[in-house]
Write a protein that binds this ligand. Structure first.
Ligand SMILES: *[C@@H]1O[C@H](CO)[C@@H](O)[C@H](O)[C@H]1NC(C)=O
Length: 294
């Protein structure tokens, strides 16, 4: 009786192992091959000023962050103001903020990206009165002053890859792509030959201001990155990126490594599962003659 009970629990353990490695395999596969690695970190900026824990500001910030998560399952962009003009909280506790998902994200991927950004922003910018976080698929910003809808073309982040020299064809095509992108009024993807790029504005810019923000970004990109094979320029309210197939891109390279890492992890996991299974079975088989326990 004791014997068969022990044996039964061994089989249960093996079944659980098998099921969990299968689950691991499937859950990894479903995220594999996703078109956009929305959660990849691009940049963050934090205010120097810090707020006190449990202050009215923190309360407003927390309600802003939870509004982001719920709103991002409905729309790719939204802006918020919390605690301004209400008499119950002091005026300096107001929080103004917004989020913007990339124009080609499905709404489900948008809310996943925002969830990831909300989880990261407090870690990257602890107790900050203002913070911006740009991931590959979405952008979140909050401040304790009202910046919503106000033109701001300050440079937030740039990345220039190695230079291409003497490739007239490449520069002609790149300039075509950039000229097309700076006419965008929200999100636009453009390509010419091997050169591809996209541009995006935050939703609090109207179409005219979006185009002039993008023209500014293209100008800065040409000045700062010159003859780069790939470049990203992020201003406070818009960004422009281009690359040549084959040159790009640090982020997608590292995500490929990510996938290799995942695949290795899956193989190691499955092998470990099989090894444990074999060990358990052999222990059990040996022990069967006297007592199958371990
Ligand atoms: C709070 O700020 C928002 C954004 O600027 C503005 O639209 C709104 O009118 C303000 N509310 C009050 C009560 O001042």
């Amino acid at each position: 009786m004791v014997k068969s009970l022990h044996f039964h629990s061994t089989r249960k353990a093996i079944l659980a192992l098998r099921v969990s490695s299968l689950f691991f395999l499937f859950s990894s596969l479903s995220s594999h091959g996703h078109p956009i690695k929305a959660h990849i970190f691009i940049y963050a900026g934090c205010s120097q000023e810090k707020f006190q824990p449990s202050s009215p500001f923190e309360g407003n910030l927390n309600s802003f962050l939870s509004s982001l998560v719920s709103s991002s399952s409905q729309a790719l962009y939204n802006s918020f103001s919390m605690g301004n003009g209400s008499s119950s909280t002091p005026a300096d506790a107001a929080v103004y903020g917004l989020y913007q998902c990339r124009g080609d994200l499905k709404i489900l991927d948008c809310s996943r990206c925002i969830e990831s950004a909300v989880n990261q922003i407090g870690l990257v910018c602890p107790y900050s009165y203002g913070a911006s976080l740009q991931l590959e698929g979405c952008y979140v910003r909050y401040e304790h002053f009202d910046f919503l809808g106000k033109i701001d073309t300050s440079l937030r982040y740039k990345k220039c890859s190695k230079s291409v020299s003497n490739d007239v064809e490449f520069f002609r095509r790149r300039d075509d792509v950039l000229a097309d992108l700076q006419g965008a009024i929200s999100f636009r993807v453009s390509s010419s030959g091997l050169v591809e790029g996209f541009a995006h504005c935050v939703g609090d810019l109207n179409p005219t201001d979006c185009s002039s923000c993008l023209a500014d970004a293209v100008g800065k990109l040409k000045t700062l990155c010159g003859s780069a094979a790939a470049a990203d320029v992020f201003l406070a309210q818009c960004y422009v990126r281009y690359w040549a197939s084959g040159y790009y891109d640090l982020s997608s390279d590292s995500s490929n490594e990510d996938d290799v890492g995942k695949t290795v992890a899956i193989i190691v996991g499955v092998l470990a599962g099989i090894a444990v299974l074999i060990v358990l079975l052999s222990i059990c088989r040996k022990a069967m003659s006297n007592n199958c326990s371990y």
